[in-house]
Ligand binder design. Structure first.
Ligand code: GAP
Length: 611
């Protein structure tokens, strides 16, 4: 079985998704709407199975996580408290020529995907400038491919600046990026090097922040008093409902709240199929933990992440670092459990300078998508930022009281308290400096916070810290589609070869678990028996009954849908060979091996594989 080349793979996946009903363009009959996708009959089942697997793993199979299902539209102050109103923005530029909007930080990712840039890269391999060929291209094909590129609009002038650069006595070799910039710039001296519009090569405006939240109004009057937003993440509802869940679920920290559901972001450039869309789904867990100082007071010390403690069961001496690593490992194990192998992932640990000022660490779980290695899930250690913000903005206390902590704190010796305080002040000072405070201010603010914080700890009170594993459903669907896609080439007795698609989904997430096929549809006894088998299995798993066409065609159709098992009801099932009475042929999609199984054993055999 051969694996198709990666850049072609995306096109094949998109085409299969439409052909078989995994994913359709939203509102297709009206020309579609950019950044919105619908899931068809197979896609809806696949998505449901993925979400079920997450919910079972994160919520049902743990004692320390509760579920939540909150509204999409919430009080607008939630988004002020979270920082989304002020800062949830991407840099956006407009092309002065074709008027298209582009996300400025993605321009250099998009340029090589366009035919004009590919043509230039071919003319000038490795940055070696071929001016006559560029001139000919600009006066020919370039007019269609990149009509607004400076090279096309004014070739001689543009090339003269490029020549000055490459012919300079001390010239270094051009990078491809620099080459595109020169070809996009008519007057380097006047404007500096320009970044071309990925679509037409034209000039881009300076980037400006564009808030990604979809805005609306609640109630009949459209005024500033009733502005609301479609949630851009599911997480904030968890923070807003933290106290309610904590009290009613009778959970003690450490514990988590999981939520999945729709999120909306008015992405400047939705792209790569369902990878980046404007309406999507998230599966998010906020796992609340004690601050390290409380752990130290209670357990005597805080476990070190370097001791690999995170690979085992949670312990009382785990601080944020070990919990963070634990969740990274748990999430990768989840992906393995639904068929994605560990070697398809990379972990990107954000550098200190990339972290938000409140974050202690953040790891992006990257997946090798057909178009590149990109984020599938983010797992952040966010300190107590979120609950503190909601406490500040709502005026409602978000802390918890822990009697054991109060008692343990009373027994702590003064040297230990002083060393914890010194460490806390150091960390807070660094955070204030990062936010822009000067050294004196930072030190004073850190001391003031330390006083309030340690007074509360002594009384057994603290605001829980949080570890946030946040995954995208649609990105995971795309990863699963790409991972499952394979092609099988077969040759028949007449020497005719045929290549067809086999979607090798893990049985747990496959949209249909079992195909059920009577050998012939014009034999009522076979049909009746096949329907009996269908009705036997249907309460336990999704089945698809198919009596149309040759049996090989029916197998092929289910292989393409990713159905892991096929059952054929034939004359032996009816007792033509008495020893095979009430048995069926069970076909395995991946090995194509067929075995004979008694009908009464089917549910017991298949259920553990598909659940
Ligand atoms: N609460 C944290 C949060 O929302 P994020 O990194 O912005 O963090 C988490 O989003 C995940 O949601 C991403 O890793 C990705 O899988 C998914 N996601 C984000 N934006 C998306 C989009 N426009 N389309 C599809 N999935 C998206």
């Amino acid at each position: 079985m051969s694996e198709p080349k990666e850049n072609v793979l995306m096109e094949k996946i998109v085409s299969l998704c439409k052909r078989r009903g995994f994913v359709f363009q939203s509102s297709e009959i009206y020309g579609g709407i950019n950044g919105f996708w619908d899931y068809g009959q197979l896609g809806a089942e696949l998505k449901r199975n993925v979400k079920d697997a997450w919910w079972k793993t994160i919520v049902h199979h743990r004692d320390d996580v509760a579920g939540l299902e909150a509204t999409i539209i919430m009080h607008p102050k939630i988004w002020e408290a979270s920082g989304h109103v002020a800062t949830f923005a991407d840099p956006m530029s407009t092309c002065k020529h074709c008027k298209k909007l582009v996300r400025f930080d993605q321009v250099w990712e998009m340029i090589p995907e366009n035919a004009w840039a590919q043509a230039i890269a071919e003319i000038c391999p490795d940055g070696l400038v071929e001016s006559p060929a560029l001139l000919a291209w600009a006066k020919g094909k370039g007019k269609h491919l990149a009509p607004n590129l400076a090279l096309v609009r004014n070739p001689e002038v543009t090339l003269s600046f490029l020549a000055a650069r490459v012919d300079a006595p001390d010239a270094t070799r051009l990078t491809t990026k620099e080459l595109y910039q020169y070809l996009a710039t008519e007057q380097v001296g006047a404007t500096g090097l320009q970044t071309p519009c990925p679509h037409c090569g034209g000039e881009l405006t300076a980037p400006r922040p564009f808030n990604l939240m979809f805005k609306s109004h609640y109630g009949p009057v459209e005024s500033d008093d009733n502005v609301c937003y479609l949630r851009p993440e599911t997480a904030q509802a968890i923070f807003a409902q933290f106290k309610n869940v904590h009290e009613t679920a009778r959970q003690k920290v450490p514990f988590g709240i999981g939520q999945m559901g729709k999120a909306f972001r008015n992405e400047v450039t939705p792209r790569n199929f369902i990878f980046r869309s404007r309406e999507f789904e998230q599966m998010e867990l906020e796992f609340f933990i004690k601050p390290d100082e409380a752990v130290e007071a209670l357990a005597g010390s805080v476990a070190k992440a370097s001791d690999n403690a995170w690979q085992g069961e949670p312990q009382a001496d785990w601080g944020w670092e070990v919990w963070h690593k634990y969740w990274v490992e748990q999430r990768i194990r989840f992906y393995e459990g639904i068929g994605l192998t560990r070697d398809r992932f990379e972990e990107y640990w954000q550098k200190p300078e990339e972290l938000a000022h409140y974050a202690r660490a953040c790891v992006d779980i990257l997946y090798k998508f057909p178009f590149g290695t990109q984020e599938l899930e983010g797992i952040a250690a966010r300190g107590d930022f979120d609950l503190s913000q909601h406490e500040k903005h709502s005026g409602k206390p978000m802390g918890v009281f822990d009697e054991e902590l109060r008692a343990a704190w009373g027994k702590l010796d003064e040297a230990k308290k002083a060393s914890m305080r010194a460490k806390f002040v150091l960390g807070k000072t660094a955070a204030f400096l990062k936010k822009g405070a000067d050294e004196t201010e930072a030190a004073q603010q850190a001391e003031a916070e330390a006083t309030v914080y340690f007074d509360k700890l002594a009384k057994g009170q603290y605001i829980p810290h949080v570890i946030e594993p946040s995954a995208g459903v649609d990105r995971l669907i795309l990863a699963l589609l790409a991972d499952a896609y394979s092609e099988l080439t077969t040759t028949d007795e007449k020497g005719k070869t045929e290549t067809r698609v086999v979607m090798k989904f893990h049985p747990r997430i496959a949209p249909v678990k079992v195909g059920i096929f009577p050998l012939l549809k014009n034999k009522p006894e076979l049909v009746a028996k096949a329907k009996e088998v269908r009705d036997l299995l249907r309460p336990h798993m999704t089945v698809f009954y198919d009596d149309g066409g040759a049996i090989g065609r029916r197998y092929a159709r289910q292989d393409e849908a990713g159905t892991p098992f096929g059952l054929t009801i034939d004359f032996d099932t009816l007792g033509e060979k008495p020893e095979l009475l009430d048995t069926v042929t069970l076909r395995d999609r991946d090995t194509q091996q067929q075995t004979r199984v008694a009908i009464k054993d089917l549910a017991g055999l298949l259920l553990p594989k598909v659940r």
